[in-house]
Design a protein around this ligand. Structure first.
Ligand SMILES: CCCCC/C=C\C/C=C\C/C=C\C/C=C\CCCC(=O)SCCNC(=O)CCNC(=O)[C@H](O)C(C)(C)COP(=O)(O)OP(=O)(O)OC[C@H]1O[C@@H](n2cnc3c(N)ncnc32)[C@H](O)[C@@H]1OP(=O)(O)O
Length: 159
């Protein structure tokens, strides 16, 4: 298991994502630990993440899956290239597709565990599956298409 989450290696000037940017003070700070096979993450929803009494808002869960799956794709892509995370040239992905199945209501008040795996590793397209567990019960399952993009693609012209 990597000691540091992949998000620690995102470049400072772009690490402002609401879900996982270390420089977004109001963000969720989702962290992905990749062990070469599985990307793992944990998150304990706060009261403001409630959907209805006692249960977690599905949009919050989709956000957790989104950034964790993209983080898993990026970590796995560095691995597949035989490179240490964060080394140049930077590997960056965006979400092309996010498909979430809510299997059971997800309870508030417990730590959620996310496990993500690589289903397909292409040149540009990386397909990631992800399950969310609450007290060892799988409540949500998702499949995400991560698409590799040039890391400077979305930078502002002035930068
Ligand atoms: C929104 C800006 C984000 C900018 C980020 C940039 C830098 C950040 C740098 C470091 C940060 C590090 C990590 C990122 C941190 C957080 C991630 C948060 C996740 C998000 O919150 S991110 C926001 C939501 N996200 C978007 O805002 C995407 C808008 N969109 C586009 O920018 C294009 O639409 C794009 C690039 C997706 C594709 O455009 P394209 O022209 O490059 O793609 P192309 O046709 O060449 O396809 C190549 C292969 O991807 C497959 N493919 C393409 N699109 C697909 C789709 N929609 N569904 C399923 N598969 C798809 C094809 O089937 C083909 O597959 P194959 O190779 O197998 O043939």
């Amino acid at each position: 298991m990597s000691q540091q989450p992949i998000q620690n290696f995102y470049k400072d000037d772009v690490a402002i994502c609401y879900g996982c940017g270390k420089h977004n003070a109001d963000g969720l700070h989702i962290k992905t630990f990749w062990d070469g096979e599985i990307g793992r993450s944990t998150f304990t929803p706060r009261p403001e993440h409630t959907a209805f009494p006692g249960f977690v808002y599905g949009g919050l869960i989709a956000s957790l899956i989104d950034c964790h799956s993209i983080g898993t794709a990026i970590a796995a892509a560095y691995d597949a290239a035989g490179r240490a995370p964060g080394t140049d040239p930077e590997i960056t992905c965006v979400t092309g597709n996010l498909n979430v199945s809510y299997l059971k209501p997800t309870p508030m008040g417990v730590e959620l565990v996310l496990e993500a795996r690589i289903k397909e590793m292409g040149e540009r397209k990386i397909v990631v599956t992800c399950s969310v567990y609450a007290q060892d019960v799988e409540t949500v399952r998702a499949e995400t298409v991560a698409v590799r993009v040039p890391s400077r693609m979305f930078k502002k012209e002035a930068d």
